[in-house]
Ligand binder design. Sequence first.
Ligand SMILES: [Fe+2]
Ligand SMILES: [Fe+2]
Length: 293
Amino acid sequence: MRATTSAATCEADLARSLEALARLPAAAEKILGLALHEGSTARHIAAACASDPELSGRILRLASSPVLGCRQPVGQLLQAAVVLGMNRIRNLVLAAHIVEALRLPAGALDGGRFFRHAFAVASLARALGQAARSRQSEDMYLAGLLHDVGIAVFLAAAPEAYAASLERVRSGGAVLEDEERELFGIDHAEAGCRLASRWPVDRRVATVIRFHAGIGPGGAGPPPECREAVEVLVVAELVCRHHGWGLVRELEPLPPDFVPPAWLPLSRGAVLDLFGAAATAADEVRRVAGVPR
Ligand SMILES: [Fe+2]
Ligand SMILES: [Fe+2]
């Protein structure tokens, strides 16, 4: 039976949920603004991080991580800013924010499962971008991290009604996006895009989130400047599901006719092989970002 929550109630809850999540801690707001500004230096970033002790600790732990190839601990924020670079720090800032701000109810889709999927898609998207020598690989990471944030926002906004929708999708009787539009008037790709648009990040990241399933509103394809990042997310999503790290349905084998986009210099087997290292990196960043186990 359908949940009795009305669409209007869900839309109001969604607006409140987006409003709350869009509000960033002062240091995070500052760092994201610096990352957008070409004249910013590692010294500026280090100074902005220093005002938030918890964030500083996370940045130092990430910069010292052997998983990221660091041979010795990094003790100074300036050194960490140089090691990680501005965009990796930006990504950690937003990861820590959503981990802190999203309160997912236990049950249909808990935080552990949500963040495992988000960090894995992000890490794999970055690895694919790096394999193609893309200059957008850190933006691909951020879009991967946030691509399904709309699902978590819906779940936080209307836990019972949306959990019932997810259950219908999981049992094969419903299409996720149809359920979402009925409840909230928009799907999770649009919700995630609206949230990302309210943060000071490159607007292309928000657009990639809107098109993360490969198509957008009305069946339109992504704009040309976002096409490669969208294709990377589609591949990362399929490979994560293939390895049992999906979100709504955990395990979905790769379609037999899957081939990577021609511009990606990787075979089908090579794409699948990237998963192991990406999952290890995802686990490490999840730990640093404070995802509860
Ligand atoms: Fe996903
Ligand atoms: Fe999605």
